[in-house]
Design a protein around this ligand. Structure first.
Ligand SMILES: [Fe+2]
Ligand SMILES: [Fe+2]
Length: 468
């Protein structure tokens, strides 16, 4: 691992002068993007961050105070397997692709650009959250997520520069030019154009939207294009922390809400400055449904093509499945036909987005169970839930139709009438924002959330995670 290079890496970058020069040209553009669009107001502060210094499963991370613009962004791939094979699809068992196969070039570039675009987008969405942090611990976690999303961008840019020549370089430049939520040059996927301007949004985003990232990266970690698989495997180790931030963040909000509910005879936490459960539920509904869209259409010829080509596999393809060709099977799903829900059988390969989405939903349910345990532990009977997967969708079979929270087909008028009960309305967002006052004293926490059970890497919660 070459940590003293301008671009830390474990890909022998200094031996490929052309690639090194190209990436060194991209570096100042990245830094100027980070300066303009990265965390606002904290660029010169010392933040106790982990930095990747090794890709081994043990001790890859080093913890120390770092100013974010000096973070060692780099290119880290998991070691190559000695004789890697294409693990699924029509070329199952053939040697893994070390270069981009010509016939899959466009598809592969699209996959990498789409993944790459999400990384800077989330940094842009979260850039003003520092000003309203609930604690120094949470502030540090926000910045950890942000610098690692920056590194994920590097991971995808390395592939574009290293394997796609000129159009790869152009795509890498474009990744720094699009802007989250900008109508003229928006980010590619809609969840990444939604505002994430309060900490409840942030926790729901890292819980649900970063978790989509886990499933996309897992599917790409199976890829027959080895450099992509090895890149994604390492990204997944970083991604785990992002989901931890969201999952435990929401759990701590729920716990605090439950405590405040018990303090008020009407269980009204507004009087006590807490976030009501119904608002938390609406934020869940919002981010869960937008994150479901990220998996793509339920019936998808792209998913079939990507699988056939050995580019994008299933979740835990090698561990979970024995038939890696999947040419025969079928999958039954609900679709809208003549204004009614009806089941349809689809060739399995065309249903792989839906298969991956199903894995994701199962994972989200575990989070809900943990939050509901926090409610039960406080002696409350109320429970949070996931809306039906058809609710509030903008991509795929259910887009353009209206469903209630239980997944029943309803009219647009019915949907509009119930919408304020299901999705955050302006007053809800304003109320949440009104609670977002910064708490920056060491060991203190905002009133609307509970402190974490433990600190980071053996440090207590009462630790100066960010020096202000
Ligand atoms: Fe990421
Ligand atoms: Fe992430």
């Amino acid at each position: 691992m070459d940590l003293n290079e301008r671009i830390p890496n474990n890909v022998n970058l200094s031996e490929d002068k052309r690639l090194q020069r190209a990436l060194e040209k991209w570096l100042p553009n990245f830094l100027s993007w980070w300066h303009d669009m990265g965390p606002e107001g904290f660029q010169q502060k010392d933040v106790w961050l982990r930095t990747a210094i090794d890709v081994g499963s043990e001790g890859w991370a080093h913890f120390d105070y770092v100013k974010m613009p000096e973070y060692r962004w780099g290119i880290f791939l998991e070691p190559a397997a000695p004789d890697a094979k294409v693990g699924f699809g029509d070329n199952y068992g053939a040697p893994a692709y070390q270069e981009v196969p010509g016939e899959f070039r466009n598809a592969l570039r699209r996959i990498i650009v789409t993944q790459g675009d999400t990384e800077p987008a989330s940094v842009e969405q979260q850039r003003r959250l520092g000003a309203t942090c609930p604690s120094l611990y949470d502030l540090r976690n926000l910045f950890q997520v942000n610098v690692e999303e920056g590194r994920h961008l590097w991971a995808m840019v390395y592939l574009l520069h290293g394997y796609f020549g000129r159009d790869g370089r152009d795509e890498a430049d474009a990744l720094l030019e699009r802007r989250s939520g900008n109508p003229d040059k928006p980010r590619i996927l809609e969840a990444f154009n939604q505002p994430c301007d309060d900490w409840l949004n942030f926790f729901a985003f890292t819980m649900f939207t970063d978790r989509d990232g886990k499933y996309q990266l897992s599917a790409l970690a199976e890829s027959g294009f080895e450099p992509l698989a090895r890149t994604c495997r390492f990204m997944l180790t970083e991604e785990a922390h992002h989901m931890f931030v969201g999952d435990t963040g929401l759990s701590r909000v729920v716990k605090r809400t439950a405590q405040l509910m018990k303090q008020n005879p009407n269980e009204d936490v507004r009087e006590l400055g807490g976030i009501p459960l119904d608002i938390i539920q609406k934020y869940i509904n919002f981010w869960f449904s937008y994150s479901l869209d990220l998996f793509g259409g339920e019936i998808s010829s792209n998913s079939a093509d990507f699988f056939a080509a050995g580019l994008k596999g299933r979740f835990k393809e090698q561990e979970q499945y024995t038939d890696h060709v999947a040419a025969e099977g079928s999958f039954t799903m609900m679709v809208v036909e003549d204004g009614q829900l009806a089941s349809r059988e689809v060739p399995l390969r065309n249903a792989l987005n839906e298969v991956l989405r199903g894995e994701y939903v199962k994972d989200c349910e575990k989070g809900l169970a943990r939050w509901n345990k926090a409610l039960a532990d406080e002696g409350l009977n109320q429970r949070l839930y996931l809306p039906n997967i058809r609710f509030h969708r903008h991509v795929g079979e259910y887009a353009g139709h209206y469903f209630d929270i239980g997944g029943n087909l309803i009219s647009q008028d019915e949907f509009e009438a119930k919408k304020p009960e299901w999705l955050p309305k302006i007053e809800d967002r304003e109320y949440v924002r009104s609670l977002m006052k910064p708490v920056t004293e060491v060991g203190k926490i905002a009133n609307w959330m509970a402190p974490p059970a433990t600190g980071i890497k053996g440090k207590p919660f009462e630790f100066e995670y960010v020096r202000l």
